[in-house]
Design a binder for this molecule. Structure first.
Ligand SMILES: [Zn+2]
Length: 397
């Protein structure tokens, strides 16, 4: 029996690349592979702080994101979240808040640092920024209530540079069910997407706005898969088979999304990657989400912070392994949720720590080409497919 037979068999069974054995990786190799990739992170919430005045430039002692640490981490592009909390629905200010969040990306991140950052609207823009040694900033709306049930607002947001929309946040809106309140009998549900919700997806296809299925209820996901003519994607979700929470995706969903050409961008939040963290943290999450006001929510957050069970970098890698195993190397990407989650894994603490992930992947036998696909190649493929489908639909009109 050849000396590596057991490892090769194990590699086949786990779906890991079967051509390499676990090995020590030099700093130079980590740096070389990292430099050869365009690392695209499809979900970052630092905008929830920049909108209140945070300067993203200098290194800060807290939080997960600033320009200095993005450089250290070798991050090439980030989709910043124009996140709209459900509280704005009550006061009819969802569109107002969306415009403020778009402005903080354009004004406080892009325009404030023109020498370092450029706004990207297409896959090609990301590649151009990378060649110019600039960081590419992109805009994704989180929470479909942002459009206030108007396709006209959806088109306005596209014109302002929005290139994906997460159809729901933790709240079901007037046209799509969310995983966050699907078991709440006081909420009016639609059994997935309503007829208008289907129109929203079709108009996103026509515009060339990526359809993001993170946060949606399972039935909404299946409806999107049936309606969308471009590949949808998950901007920040992980695998339920590894950490069983409603925000993560079942194997069946991951395989179906991959068959449609989509990608699952792994969320690094502790509860998303580790069952232990989820078991300890989810009861807190439910209480925090149900808090009637900001004051109650902040008090609960304070208590939760003391009881956090942290995950480890290896837990995040396990999700990448799992997606590759069931759906192939083309189905996985990075959607960290940095600055949107309270707890990040040890070793993957913030945006500067990506070289640790590169090392871990190389040590597990992933090739430089595999890592380039995981880090950005797969997302660029989805963006190009969405752009091409938009061009086709616009030409057909
Ligand atoms: Zn989210």
């Amino acid at each position: 029996m050849p000396p590596y037979a057991h490892f090769l068999l194990a590699a086949v069974l786990t779906g890991l690349p079967a051509f390499a054995q676990p090995h020590q990786v030099s700093d130079a190799e980590v740096a070389r592979v990292q430099r050869s990739a365009i690392l695209i992170d499809t979900h970052n919430d630092v905008t929830s702080f920049t909108v209140d005045g945070l300067d993203i430039g200098p290194r800060r002692a807290t939080g997960h994101t600033d320009l200095q640490r993005l450089r250290e981490g070798g991050v090439g592009a980030t989709f910043f979240a124009a996140f709209v909390d459900k509280k704005y629905v009550k006061t009819n200010q969802s569109a107002h808040r969306t415009l403020e969040m778009i402005d903080t990306i354009r004004h406080d991140i892009v325009d404030r640092y023109p020498g370092q950052v450029r706004l990207a609207l297409t896959a090609r823009d990301i590649e151009t920024a990378h060649r110019q040694h600039k960081f590419a900033a992109l805009i994704g709306i989180e929470g479909g209530h942002a459009i206030e049930d108007s396709l006209r607002l959806l088109r306005d947001y596209y014109a302002l540079g929005v290139r994906y929309m997460t159809l729901t946040h933790g709240n079901t809106n007037n046209w799509a069910d969310s995983s966050g309140d699907i078991d709440d009998p006081t909420v009016t549900h639609h059994n997935g997407l309503s007829p208008f919700g289907r129109d929203v997806v079709r108009e996103m296809n026509r515009l060339g706005m990526m359809v993001d299925i993170s946060h949606v209820a399972d039935k909404t996901f299946w409806d999107v898969l049936a309606v969308s003519t471009a590949p949808p994607f998950a901007s920040h979700s992980s695998c339920r088979a590894v950490s069983d929470i409603p925000r993560n995706m079942t194997d069946e969903m991951i395989v179906a999304l991959a068959k449609k050409g989509g990608v699952v961008d792994v969320n690094f939040g502790c509860e998303f990657v580790s069952q232990k963290s989820a078991d300890a943290g989810m009861p807190w999450m439910h209480r925090i989400m149900a808090a009637p006001g900001d004051e109650e929510r902040n008090a609960l957050m304070e208590q939760y912070r003391k009881e956090i069970v942290r995950a480890h970098l290896d837990d995040a890698v396990a999700h990448i392994d799992h997606i590759v195993k069931i759906a192939g190397i083309g189905a996985v990407g990075i959607g960290s949720d940095f600055d949107g989650v309270e707890c990040t894994p040890i070793g993957l603490d913030d945006v500067s720590k990506y070289p640790n992930l590169t090392r871990a992947l190389l040590e597990r036998g992933y090739s430089a080409r595999d890592i380039r696909l995981i880090y950005g190649g797969n997302v660029l493929r989805v963006m190009r497919a969405v752009e091409a489908e938009s061009a086709r639909l616009r030409a057909a009109k």
